[in-house]
Each structure stands twice: as structure tokens, then as C-alpha cells.
Design a protein around this ligand. Structure first.
Ligand SMILES: Nc1ncnc2c1ncn2[C@@H]1O[C@H](COP(=O)(O)OP(=O)(O)O)[C@@H](O)[C@H]1O
Ligand SMILES: [Mg+2]
Length: 294
């Protein structure tokens, strides 16, 4: 099986680097989101701007309840924005005259609590998208699903149901399902939040392996600073609600990443730099009585 073991070289280290990515560039310009302006009037995002390069692993870090999920949902097309604009590869997703983005296979969301159909096997789950969209026949979709699962080290588990495999394997299968349509952007909202440290580290290696293979743009929300630095090209620290960009920190650790980097001096310097910015915002959130989100 193709599982990377923490501390061991990644299985992708021998692969040739992928050509420079040309899609998945996200431009967020002056975005504001006010929920229920006529009623409770909650300003979740205020004049927020970010430029995310094609193929970037973009990590969003900020206090609970500050508006991170709101931003992700706007990119995904789950809800509208109040003003500003969001573009993907120059195409307007939402903006003036178009408050809500269309949902599309170019942007796939991996949910916090998992979303595999429990009554379908892992392979049937992965094959589901291309089948219902009529892109592939059932036979071809299943064949492709088994191939993609094998690439992700799940070759022996395609015939298992989500309840029959570990939560880590189920999460990995979700990433495979998300990537089967070759999206430009993967949107992840604290996907590993509830995991123990060891499972999380295996998830990280597995996501990095997928990234090194596909160079898909990753928009990843997290509370975990080590996770943000270990995975990311850039860490975007956002303010307490309403969400704005506070600080962008570039992570220059080379790829492929490995677990030895977690104890490097460079890594610790980044943790302390980001921690300072996050801590300032956490104090503001605490002082303003912002409630923790579930
Ligand atoms: N549908 C909604 N209606 C009103 N307020 C909402 C809604 N969804 C989220 N909020 C509020 O918007 C703020 C930002 O929420 P969210 O984007 O989920 O934060 P985060 O993901 O950073 O924890 C919170 O104060 C939350 O209570
Ligand atoms: Mg959230």
C-alpha cells in the first residue's frame, strides 16, 4: 500500500515535478458579506481581498466565528456575497450583478464531517460524480474509481463500505472522490479537525502526495498552525469578525515536504510569526465575546 509513514521519505519523492500549474487562480477583491441585512445584520466578511496563485496551497487561519467558512462558501457558490467580486482564472464567479457563484465541478468542497454515502462502497462513492453527470458509463466510472483509489493507497478497499474502513481511509477516499473530476480548486474546511495527531499526520502526507501529483489549487481552512505551515505555500491570517486579510506569510520550505521539517528552525520561526498575528486576533475575538463555532 502507498501510505507514507511519518519520518520516512514520501513515496512521491522519486516523481518528476509537475509542470507549472496554469489554472485555479482565485482573485478575491473587496468582498463583503452581511447576513440578513434587514434583520440580525451580521457582517461576516468586510472588504476582504486575497490573490491566490494557480496551484497554490493557500491556508486560511483565524479565530472561530470570524468568517472563514463564509468566504469558502462564497467561492463554492453555496451563498451570495453582498459586494466585491470573486474570480477564478479571470472568470467572474460572483460580483456586481451576480451575487452568487454557480456551483461547479471546477471547485470541489471537502466537508468537515465527511460526506460519503454510507450505503455505497468507496469505489461507488468515487464513481458517483462522473456517473450522475453522464461523463462516464457506470463501468468506466468504476474502473477509473478503482484506479484513482489505488493511486491513493486504497487499492484494497474499493469494495468496502465507509463504515468498514478507518476514518482516515474514508477521508482519503473523499479526496479521491473530489479529484476524480479534475477540479481547478479543492476547498477544505477544517477537514482534519477532530482527528488524533497520528491519523492527522497520515492525512497530511496523503494530501501532500495528492498535491505533488496534481498541483490542484488548495483553499484550506484550519486552526492548526503546524498544519497550516506544513501543508501551505502561503498562510493567510485573517482578522476576528468581520473577516479581512491581516497578514500573509510565505512558507518557503521546499517540496516535497517531510516530517523532519516540523522540527527545523525555519518551521519554528514561522510558527512564532503566525502565532503572534493569530493570538492578537484571538484576544480581540475573546474581548468582543465572539462565540466559538461548532
Ligand atoms: N446563515 C447565517 N446567518 C446569520 N449569521 C451567520 C450565518 N452563518 C454564519 N453566520 C455568522 O457569521 C459569522 C462568521 O461565521 P463563519 O463564516 O461560519 O465563521 P468561521 O468559519 O470563521 O468560524 C459568525 O458570527 C456566524 O454566527
Ligand atoms: Mg468555519
Amino acid at each position: 500500500m502507498n501510505i507514507a509513514i511519518p519520518g520516512q521519505p514520501s513515496p512521491v519523492q522519486g516523481l518528476a515535478p509537475v509542470a507549472k500549474p496554469t489554472r485555479g487562480q482565485i482573485s478575491i477583491k473587496n468582498v463583503t458579506k452581511i447576513y440578513d441585512p434587514e434583520g440580525v445584520n451580521v457582517m461576516a466578511v468586510d472588504d476582504c481581498s486575497m490573490e491566490i496563485a494557480a496551484g497554490e496551497v493557500c491556508m486560511i487561519v483565524g479565530p472561530s466565528g470570524c468568517g472563514k467558512t463564509t468566504l469558502l462558501n462564497a467561492i463554492a457558490g453555496f451563498h451570495s456575497i453582498t459586494s466585491g467580486e470573486i474570480r477564478l482564472d479571470g472568470e467572474l464567479l460572483c460580483g456586481p450583478g451576480k451575487p452568487k457563484a454557480d456551483q461547479g465541478a471546477d471547485r470541489i468542497v471537502v466537508f468537515q464531517h465527511g460526506a460519503l454515502f454510507p450505503w455505497k462502497t468507496l469505489a461507488e462513492n468515487v464513481a458517483y460524480g462522473p456517473m450522475v453527470q453522464g461523463k462516464l458509463s457506470k463501468k468506466d466510472a468504476l474502473e477509473k474509481a478503482h484506479f484513482k483509489l489505488a493511486e491513493a493507497g486504497l487499492g484494497d478497499f474499493g469494495g468496502k463500505y465507509p463504515g468498514e474502513v478507518s476514518s482516515g481511509m474514508a477521508r482519503r477516499a473523499e479526496i479521491v472522490r473530489a479529484l476524480i473530476n479534475d477540479p481547478a480548486v479543492l476547498l477544505l474546511d477544517e477537514p482534519y479537525r477532530a482527528m488524533d495527531a497520528l491519523t492527522k499526520s497520515i492525512m497530511h502526507e496523503s494530501l501532500l502526495e495528492v498535491y505533488d501529483r496534481t498541483k490542484v489549487t488548495i483553499f484550506f481552512i484550519t486552526h492548526d498552525l503546524d498544519e497550516a505551515i506544513f501543508l501551505g505555500d502561503k498562510v493567510y491570517v485573517v482578522t476576528t469578525r468581520p473577516c479581512r486579510l491581516k497578514k500573509t506569510v510565505e512558507v518557503k520550505l521546499p517540496r516535497p515536504r517531510n516530517f523532519e521539517m516540523l522540527s527545523s528552525e525555519e518551521f519554528r520561526v514561522l510558527v512564532s510569526e503566525i502565532n503572534e498575528a493569530v493570538h492578537e486576533e484571538a484576544i480581540k475575538a475573546f474581548q468582543s465575546g465572539e462565540r466559538e463555532m461548532a
